[in-house]
Design a protein. Structure first.
Length: 137
């Protein structure tokens, strides 16, 4: 998953729930969409298959409290132009979090993204963090 995908994907919108939705509402909505979009039911419709994958990805993040908290922190940090609290600028950011469970083995994409933004801050301090993120893309 590219860093831009993480910033741009709104898992709440994909799943059709509000940001304040509790775990029961998230699970209920996921089950509803999974039944409607499951490949066994849609029989080869590529658009619906892709939608099913997106819904499953969104549920994977939003149903896990730790992943959801990390996702919300990163999106808020990028949108507001600040780096999340506890980021140390090194190889382990976000309070020392390990994101391999979020992106698979070796998938420290969030750490790479924020580290790159921190490097740009040092090089071009006149830009705000949001503009620096856009410069990465």
């Amino acid at each position: 998953m590219a860093a831009k995908d993480l910033y741009e994907k709104d898992y709440y919108q994909i799943l059709g729930v509000s940001k304040g939705a509790d775990s029961a509402a998230i699970k209920k909505q996921y089950r509803k969409l999974a039944r409607e979009l499951h490949p066994d039911k849609t029989k080869g419709d590529k658009k619906l298959e892709d939608r099913f994958k997106a819904v499953s990805e969104a549920y994977d993040i939003l149903s896990d409290d730790k992943k959801r908290r990390e996702y919300d922190e990163v999106r808020e940090a990028v949108k507001s132009g600040r780096v999340p609290p506890g980021f140390n600028g090194g190889g382990q950011g976000f309070n020392g979090g390990d994101f391999s469970d979020l992106f698979g083995p070796g998938g420290d994409i969030l750490v790479v993204l924020v580290s790159a933004m921190a490097q740009i801050c040092k090089q071009r301090p006149q830009l705000d963090l949001k503009n620096q993120f856009m410069a990465l893309n």
